[in-house]
Design a protein around this ligand. Structure first.
Ligand code: ATP
Ligand code: MG
Length: 590
């Protein structure tokens, strides 16, 4: 019967291990409890869980996976797998290959040390492993680093995780952390609850069926803050901390679970909302978005074939010209990632699928092959796109960008990690020198506004605002109220990086000079007029490039970020002004 069945499963657990001890104890209890009672069901479920989890066994025979790692040419194969799934992302791939190489070397060291250990007499071994940190390490096994992929939506974070698992030949599990508010969701409920069960981590481990899967913790920035349901971020910390996770404590399972062999990969859109201790445990890998050039390659080599396949079309039945592809990329999507592009391509493919079927009907063709029929128009030209996708979403936006007194363009990074440009608008009304700031602004950005106004007032004479005898009262900062606004009004904005743009907007307003509409700027300012560095440079510059901005004013201290992170092709198309002071910024802007 099934009691015997359970017993067999328990006996399959490693002799002398904690899980086996608990299993036997619970099984003995189960025997004494009448069948059909609630308690009986609870224990039974528990034992099912306990016995179906992958447990490490001390006398580890090398798993299929480790043999695979020892294969010659493993690295080259892994690289090929990564290349087959994703275009570009060289730095990321290089980091992964490094990881695999280390994994191989360490598992060799481990195997060697295990061999030598088994030759030693026991007491010596105990003393040695207590002292020698190296041996300790070896005992715990090959630890993976925790990689954190950060970047805007659709840049390939999730799918890269999948690809790594494939390259490693390990099972892949994804845990979505968005909206996890309750510690128990990660750590499980204690068994005293009637409907209790293990947490997400243990569930993933069971589904994977191995102790060394790749587990993707998706959107760790969206994990809830500490609240009366406990602190989910703290539970995650325990999961990810290599010092603790070889004995992870799931409240339901209640036997230490070894997570040290799991390769954890986290993803997040921004770093702002990731808790600092969590960030400290991770190795951050940035995927900050693609240039149009890269997008074209991705579309041609990866997205289009995928969409054709998904929509039942063969490669030869739909040929997009370069012009058509570029139009889709520039006029219909304006994103850092490629998800919108993929969706647009899917729309095109479906449109052609309908045409295809109609065409077959018109030929009264009953043939069951998907060979290209006679008279089929497979080419899609640039002009055809509008017919398929409708009116372009972005056409003319550059023309709409106006050169207006009191308006300049700043650079922003949205909460999703996507860079772009944003106008800073200012206007003046009769008043008493006060400042009004609107646009859902946070405290820091409001202070930037105040600093900007103070600096402009302090330098009013130098700027030529209050120079001549015939003073225009409407231009004297003390006789007017100034209103600074950052659209869109419903979007929350914060951070110090709008300082330069706000100053330039005020100078433009009060002197009547405008900046070019191809100009955008970013930088923090101080009261003494220094321009200090800001973050998110790569995303900002790529966003500006997408918006067809040609000139950018940046803090001097960010020069190295530009040189290191921004692709050469983008750098060549834009002009950068690196400034140390507001005076230099004004010089560049006007
Ligand atoms: P989110 O932050 O919204 O979760 P994400 O970064 O996880 O976004 P994915 O779902 O991984 O985005 O990627 C979206 C799509 O784009 C996938 O179909 C993926 O295969 C494709 N893609 C992204 N980058 C590349 C690339 N470099 N080469 C080929 N395909 C790519
Ligand atoms: Mg994702």
């Amino acid at each position: 019967d099934d009691l015997a069945d359970l017993k067999k499963k328990i006996e399959a657990l490693e002799a002398g291990s904690e899980e086996r001890r608990i299993g036997v104890r619970e099984w003995r209890r189960l025997r004494r409890i009448p069948q059909g009672s609630v308690e009986n069901g609870v224990i039974r479920t528990y034992l099912e869980w306990l016995t179906s989890l992958p447990w490490p066994s001390a006398t580890r025979s090398p798993s299929a996976n480790e043999e695979r790692i020892q294969d010659s040419g493993f690295l080259a194969k892994a690289r090929a797998q990564l290349d087959a799934d994703h275009f570009g992302l060289d730095q990321v791939k290089r980091r992964l290959i490094e990881y695999l190489a280390v994994l191989r070397l360490r598992s060799m060291v481990e195997a060697a040390s295990q061999a030598s250990v088994s030759q030693q007499p026991m007491p010596q071994l105990a003393a040695k492993s207590a002292q020698c940190p190296d041996q300790n390490c070896a005992r715990k096994g090959v630890k993976g680093p925790i990689l954190l992929f950060v970047g805007p939506p659709g840049t390939g974070k999730t799918s890269l995780g999948q690809s790594i698992a494939k390259a490693l030949g390990r099972p892949f599990q994804r845990i979505s952390l968005g909206g996890v508010r309750d510690e128990a969701e990660i750590r499980g409920h204690r068994r005293t609850y009637v409907a209790s069960g293990p947490g997400l981590i243990v569930q993933a481990l069971r589904k994977a069926g191995r102790i060394d899967p790749v587990i993707l913790l998706d959107e760790i920035d969206k994990v809830g803050q500490s609240n009366f349901h406990g602190d989910p971020a703290a539970a995650l910390l325990e999961v990810l901390d290599p010092e603790q996770n070889h004995a992870f404590n799931d409240h339901y399972i209640n036997v230490p679970v070894d997570l040290s062999r799991v390769l954890f990969i986290c993803t997040s859109n921004t770093l702002d909302s990731v808790s600092a201790p969590l960030l400290d445990r991770c190795e951050v890998v940035e995927l900050s978005g693609y240039t149009y050039d890269e997008k074209m390659h991705i579309a041609r080599r990866y997205l289009l074939p995928k969409q054709l396949m998904a929509n039942g079309l063969s490669e030869s039945s739909l040929v997009l010209t370069d012009d058509a592809l570029l139009r889709i990329a520039t006029l219909y999507t304006r994103e850092a990632g490629v998800r919108g592009l993929e969706r647009a391509l899917s729309t095109v493919a479906r449109f052609k699928a309908v045409e295809w079927v109609n065409h077959l009907d018109s030929l009264a063709c009953k043939e069951r092959s998907n060979a290209v029929p006679k008279g089929w128009q497979s080419r899609v030209e640039g002009e055809d796109i509008e017919r398929m996708l409708g009116v372009p979403r972005w056409d003319g936006e550059e023309r709409e960008r106006e050169e207006k007194i009191g308006v300049v363009y700043g650079l922003v990074v949205t909460g999703l990690g996507e860079g772009g440009i944003m106008p800073v608008e200012s206007t003046a009304v009769p008043g008493t020198g006060r400042l009004k700031l609107t646009g859902s602004l946070g405290d820091v950005i409001k202070e930037s506004g105040e600093i900007a106004l103070s600096w402009v007032k302090a330098h009013a004479f130098d700027l030529g605002i209050t120079a001549s005898k015939g003073i225009d009262p409407l231009k004297v900062p003390d006789l007017i109220d100034i209103h600074l606004h950052l659209p869109a009004g419903a979007q929350k904005k914060d951070g110090p990086s709008a300082g330069v743009a706000m100053t330039c907007a005020l100078v433009s307003l009060l002197t009547g000079v405008t900046t070019s509409r191809d100009m955008a700027m970013t930088g923090e300012i101080t009261l003494r007029g220094r321009v200090t560095p800001v973050g998110g440079i790569k995303m900002k510059v790529l966003g500006a490039h997408r918006a067809k901005v040609l000139k950018i004013v940046l803090p001097w201290a960010n020069k190295r970020d530009v040189e290191r992170e921004v692709p050469l092709e983008v750098r060549q198309q834009m002009q950068f002004y690196f400034v140390q002071t507001i005076d230099e910024a004004l010089e560049a802007a006007f």
